[in-house]
Design a protein around this ligand. Structure first.
Ligand code: ADP
Ligand code: MG
Ligand code: MG
Length: 245
């Protein structure tokens, strides 16, 4: 079955309808990117898929209804990188990545050798060897983004939810981070559901795209099918530049 199945998802926040009947399927190993203008509901959709909002009957992950997943089970299935993750003051890179292991381990400082090995492994793979003792707050935007990914990967989940993983980065680093996610996806058979507002490189890294506007899916298909001038002109109010090729 699908990694993610969303059926007729309605979400209201403070009495305001935000998502108005969203359907979405992501196959295992697939990368689907949700695009859409600011306020379309992208983050809300990701939060719903990640289990941060109650979605009775509307969301299943790998065949299990979301509400049937207990916290630890969910942590083994899905890892989320929020749009602007909180950067805990004074925390080192290694401690932050170890937080990704908390579904498995007792509080920080009592982690097992296996948990430490897992954290070191992802830090190495993300080219962050030598950053272990750095304070998270002192890193550049690109380095920090890689640490956020490292924490999600350390969790060992098979589904990655990435909310605008490149929004803080210049275009070179956007490509670098997305390339890295793609390599990890292929190497480990991960499934990726991402959101992106900036479209300059988004199309290169998605198998499929979903265009969300005003809480509804208004188009879905290959990046080529969705990133058309007509659809973007219709749904992205502000000026949007799609880099060709
Ligand atoms: P996007 O990620 O596409 O920019 P969001 O999912 O963050 O969109 O927000 C969608 C809409 O929901 C916006 O209009 C936003 O103002 C509104 N919204 C988000 N969170 C809340 C909340 N907690 N209460 C009320 N409205 C909210
Ligand atoms: Mg937004
Ligand atoms: Mg958002």
């Amino acid at each position: 079955g699908p990694a993610v199945a969303v059926r007729d998802l309605h979400v209201s926040l403070d009495g305001v309808p935000i998502l108005a009947g969203v359907d979405l399927t992501v196959a295992p190993g697939e990368w689907v990117t949700v695009i859409g203008p600011n306020g379309a509901g992208k983050s809300t959709l990701l939060r719903a898929v990640g289990g941060l909002l109650a979605t009775p009957g509307a969301v299943s992950l790998f065949g299990t209804p979301s509400e049937a997943l207990r916290r630890r089970d969910r942590a083994r299935v899905v890892a989320t990188v929020a749009q602007s993750p909180v950067v805990p003051p004074g925390m080192t890179v290694l401690d932050y990545v170890l937080l990704g292991r908390t579904p498995y381990i007792p509080p920080l400082g009592r982690e097992s050798a296996a948990d430490l090995a897992a954290a070191h492994d992802v830090l190495d793979r993300l080219d962050l060897t030598g950053f272990h003792d750095r304070e998270l707050a002192t890193l550049s935007g690109g380095e920090r983004q890689r640490v956020f990914l490292a924490r999600a990967l350390a969790q060992g989940a098979t589904l990655l939810l990435l909310d605008e993983p490149t929004s803080a980065l210049d275009i070179g680093h956007q490509q670098e981070v997305l390339e890295l996610v793609d390599q990890l996806r292929r190497a480990h058979g991960l499934t990726v559901l991402a959101t992106m507002h900036d479209l300059s490189v988004a199309g290169e890294y998605a198998d499929r795209m979903v265009l969300l506007a005003d809480g509804r899916v208004v188009a879905s298909g290959t990046p080529r099918e969705v990133l058309t001038e007509q659809l973007l002109a219709e749904h992205y109010r502000a000026s949007v530049r799609v880099v060709d090729g």
